[in-house]
Design a protein around this ligand. Structure first.
Ligand SMILES: [Mn+2]
Length: 235
């Protein structure tokens, strides 16, 4: 069994090479996976519209469509840059969009989420409401895109390098989740790959962060033989 987890690629209209890189990864690494989890912030901005996929995202969405077309489940854990992927996106791509997920991975109770729940600021919380989604629907895809790009200037200003402090905040949050009875916790959002093993009454626990796929090419892979590991994509 092979499961792939990755995220935080922040694909943007302005950077086709980046979109191409992720598309290559999907075709290269995800097409023989039993399951694929996109851990959020795949897109710099996305709000789903009926009958519409942003043209610059067609290549990457079609790559996933080929994976789901083979009967391989792909799940999308919405990040703080995704504002309701919508029914059409799911129907078109075959990807299932969820807030967070609990799955059983060969006996390991696994919690998966983007990981912004405990850090998200009040403004972002306000942006992720049905009211704002209604406004986005009213504006249509192109105007919403332009507004979002204007907003993302300050939404993403915290894109600095690695921070020990942030890494520890994520580890703390993961530990709380593990204490709730999970064996494995997988998060993203920090842009720092991480792997911490621990122990619970039931045996070994592990927390992983998929890290920054663009900067560091990191992702998480599960196989029956190796368990959960952080990998580096080397095309
Ligand atoms: Mn994020």
């Amino acid at each position: 069994m092979k499961i792939i987890f990755f995220g935080d690629t922040h694909l943007n209209k302005k950077n086709p090479a980046r979109i191409q890189f992720v598309e290559t990864f999907v075709r290269d690494v995800c097409t023989d996976a039993d399951m694929v989890f996109i851990l959020g912030d795949l897109f710099e901005f996305y709000h789903g519209y009926d009958g519409y996929i942003y043209p610059w995202y067609h290549g990457i969405v079609d790559a996933f469509k080929d994976v789901t077309g083979q009967g391989r489940p792909v799940y999308f854990l919405e990040g703080n840059h995704e504002f309701d992927m919508g029914a059409f996106f799911q129907l078109y791509s075959g990807i299932r969009c969820v807030k967070n997920m609990v799955i059983d991975v060969e006996g390991k109770r696994t919690f998966i989420a983007h990981g912004d729940e405990f850090t998200t600021n009040p403004l972002l919380r306000f942006l992720k409401t049905p009211f704002i989604y209604g406004v986005m629907n009213l504006f249509g895809p192109r105007l919403s895109w332009r507004i979002a790009m204007g907003l993302s200037l300050f939404m993403s200003k915290k894109k600095k390098g690695n921070s020990e402090k942030v890494m520890l905040i994520f580890r703390d949050y993961a530990e709380k989740k593990l204490d709730e009875g999970f064996d494995v916790v997988i998060l993203a959002h920090s842009h720092m790959a991480d792997r911490v093993e621990g122990n619970s009454g039931n045996g070994t626990t592990v927390y992983l962060n998929t890290g920054d796929f663009i900067r560091d090419r990191t992702y998480v892979e599960y196989t029956s033989e190796t368990g959960f590991m952080v990998r580096e994509y080397a095309p």
